[in-house]
Design a protein around this ligand. Sequence first.
Ligand SMILES: Cc1ncc(COP(=O)(O)O)c(C=O)c1O
Length: 487
Amino acid sequence: MKAPPITLRLFKAQVAELVDALASGASEQLARGGSSPLLGTSFYNDNNEQESRNGQPRLRGFFFNFLTLILATAKREGDNPLFEIAQEIALMFDRLQAVPPDPILGIIAAHAADPNPRKIDLGIGVYKDESGNTPVLKCVKKAEQILDSTETSKTYLGPPGVKGFNSAMTELMFGKDSAVLKADRVRTIQTPGGTGALRVGADLIKEAMPDARVWASDPTWANHYALFPAAGLELNHYPYFDRETSALRFDDMMSGLQDKGPGDVVLFHACCHNPCGVSPDPEQWEAVTDLTAQRGFLPMVDMAYMGFERGIDEDALSVRLFAEKCPEVLIASSCSKNFAVYRERVGAISVVCESSQKASDVVTVINSLTRKNYSMPPTHGTGIIDIILHSDELTGLWVSEVAGMRNRINELRKTLADKIAAAGIEKDFSFLQRQSGMFSFLGLSVEQVRRLREEFSIYTVDSARVNVASFNEGNMDYFVDALKIVL
Ligand SMILES: Cc1ncc(COP(=O)(O)O)c(C=O)c1O
């Protein structure tokens, strides 16, 4: 009977078997052309046919015989380079281990599979409306129609992408009257999402100063922990969130930054801190930016929720203060949340330099970094936002839609804190109202998180970080009742 075809998996399994057999002393037998008891069959087979053993197809033919010969004549120890080469040929992907899924993805999957009609997903980090949907904003729909009717080509636009988007984002971040704009000291280049902006920024830091150390708040967004080391940068932390009081450790943060200086990069969340929801107030930002200018470290600002905390201009306060006081600033911005264009991947890296000439030079470095990474950026999302930000009517609509999302989140925070207090729960949750943006830590133990999941189909990550926007009138009472039971 003809053997079924060899699959890559089977081939790899058989090569791995060869390597194991070698390790167990089969090499001499194989080198003599004999059969190995470990492999159970002769490896020399002059015709190029497959044969079957235990119903499994086995590869034969020139390549396999060649590989066998290399492996058989090589020694595991010693300096025979053939063994190394053969091992690489055979084991390229066998060296990779499965990576555990992101905890948030695990929660999405478990929630989707749960038949309980009362289930709630508090893990996922996207804005949801009262019906639990993440709709396309009206301003985006309108701009998309305009883009559709005016776009005449989808040819490459070059590494900087949509120039109108880049200039509009610069004005949005720094303000039209900004001194750094007037001095032509800032450049903005679109990136695939805020994550892309952070990665381009990290690559730029690595290029400028390979030994730079990056300092992020403790805690910080889960992806920061992976992204900076992936770019070859050391990531450390400064004090930020007090888990006892659910508030900012402002004094500890300031003293933690006192000894930072040139060669250090300090990463700040501009607003709506993910995951803890606490931010410095305007007075505290003044002090942080003064200290930054005085110490001379590079501030890098992650701006992923502009407009979700106090207002569009208000949320840019830190960016504007850094730009006013410091010679160099990096800003990684995202339009995923405030324009609700998550999957379009829209973000930007802005760099403030000490001179206009230096800013132009740095752009050439950014372009060369992105060229060897993703070459050209996606432009559908940035094209939409370019249209919105260049139309007074659509900008007005966008501002009101962002206000709608912000107000809903703030109302949910208040209602939730009130309902928890009214339910007679002893633990104080009033911090929910003092925090902002979509995220807060509920301060629950892993055991309490597990009980919420298993007994009530309420899903959060183990840290008990919740997305407040996942609540609505229909699910809040159910949540509060469950919380009371597990506490
Ligand atoms: C703090 C922070 N930075 C950056 C991002 C990146 O967003 P995106 O890459 O989806 O634009 C996120 C998204 O959740 C975030 O929370």
